[in-house]
Write a protein that binds this ligand. Structure first.
Ligand code: NAD
Length: 352
């Protein structure tokens, strides 16, 4: 069994679905179901004995200790986090609590559990910490992409809290010998992403004929990776990564925000034309986010070289699949927007 934290969020849920579709071992899924956690995404697993959902907080040490003692997982894959930069600017406290204190709590619980395991199990145990490229700071137009050796220079409360959690994970390896792995991935896109993030927000707004808000001049650059490729990279790192190491994960797809929005408009014009005119008419430039990092780019050569991992999707194929998914799943979007997805907690888990 593996313990997944944050498995009702965007990437965590994609990972759990992918893991169980591959016929792998059981998943114990610990998630606090914040606004970003959505059990409806996991509805297809309702009758799957290999998936057990626990509604709880990673900051709850007694709960985590109890889960580890009862279920004896061979690995922890730690996705749970507050993840939205804009929210971190308006309310940094929850980011420090979940991302820093929550990771600390998990590390301490894992250390106690791991040190009590029999020798063979101790050797095999892994704590995989899922992190972001945003910890590295912002690049100038001519700078090389972030390698794993790049100095940390986080600029937002979100990236600072993730950077702090990365440092704790590193220290628990160097100080206590906990067998950790850290992954720093670029921006993900794909099915089941909460529509506050760029790509689903633009699709959902475009379909509703609402403005498509683009920050500043739209020229901020991000590297983009299809979520299924992030999941396959995590599997590889879990299976064969060297403990104590960090692996950058990226798609070699540096794209300016405005080009992402234009691509989405073009795909929507093709797949769901709007009688009112091309979707680009909805693009609306808005005041920039404070401290907005200009450019992120990932050097993914280490994971490619050491583990032979490569993304299966190009940006063109992945973004087309993503738009298709949002067009085919209006019910999922409507329930997120109305807040009805929260009812799943009550209907599926007796309100726990
Ligand atoms: P998300 O916001 O969609 O999901 C986060 C999940 O964590 C939610 O289900 C939420 O309910 C849960 N959670 C929050 N606080 C919790 C707590 N205290 N206890 C238990 N559960 C809690 O995030 P995501 O986009 O799926 O990101 C997952 C991880 O991947 C994060 O650690 C994030 O930093 C990292 N990451 C994300 C991206 C991206 O593009 N989305 C890129 C690189 C890395």
């Amino acid at each position: 069994m593996i313990l997944v934290t944050g498995g009702a969020g965007f990437i965590g849920a994609n990972f759990v679905l992918d893991w169980l579709a591959g016929g792998d071992e059981a998943v114990l899924n610990l998630d606090a179901l914040t606004y970003a956690g959505n059990l409806e995404t996991l509805a297809s697993l309702e009758r799957t004995a290999a998936h057990r959902f626990i509604h709880g907080d990673i900051c709850d040490r007694a709960l985590v200790d109890g889960l580890l003692a009862e279920h004896r997982p061979r690995a922890i894959i730690h996705f749970a986090a507050e993840s939205h930069v804009d929210r971190s600017i308006h309310g940094p406290g929850t980011f420090v609590r979940t991302n820093v204190e929550g990771t600390f709590t998990l590390l301490e619980a894992a250390r106690t559990y791991w040190s009590g395991l029999p020798a063979g199990d101790r050797e095999a145990f892994r704590f995989l910490h899922v992190s972001t490229d945003e910890v590295y700071g912002s690049l100038g137009p001519q700078d090389p992409p972030f390698a794993e050796t790049k100095t940390y220079e986080p600029n937002s409360p979100y990236s600072a809290s993730k950077a702090a959690s990365d440092h704790l994970v590193r220290a628990w390896h160097h100080t206590y010998g906990l067998p950790v792995l850290t992954t720093n991935c670029s921006n993900n896109y794909g099915p089941y992403q909460f529509p506050e993030k760029l790509i689903p927000l633009m699709i959902v707004n475009a379909l509703a004929g609402k403005p498509l808000p683009v920050y500043g001049d739209g020229l901020n650059v991000r590297d983009w990776l299809y979520v299924g490729d992030h999941c396959s990279a995590i599997r590889e790192v879990l299976a064969r990564g060297r403990t104590g190491e960090t692996y950058n994960i990226g798609g070699w797809n540096e794209i300016a925000n405005i080009d992402i929005v234009r691509t989405l408009c073009r795909l929507l014009d093709e797949m769901r034309p709007d009688p009112a005119g091309p979707h680009e008419r909805l693009i609306s430039y808005v005041k920039d986010r404070p401290g907005h990092d200009r450019r992120y780019a990932i050097d993914a050569r280490k994971i490619e070289r050491e583990l032979g991992w490569k993304p299966a999707e190009t940006f063109e194929t992945g973004i087309r699949k993503t738009v298709r998914w949002y067009l085919d799943n209006p019910g999922w979007i409507a329930n997120v927007q109305s807040g009805a997805y929260r009812d799943w907690v009550a209907t599926q888990y007796g309100g726990s």
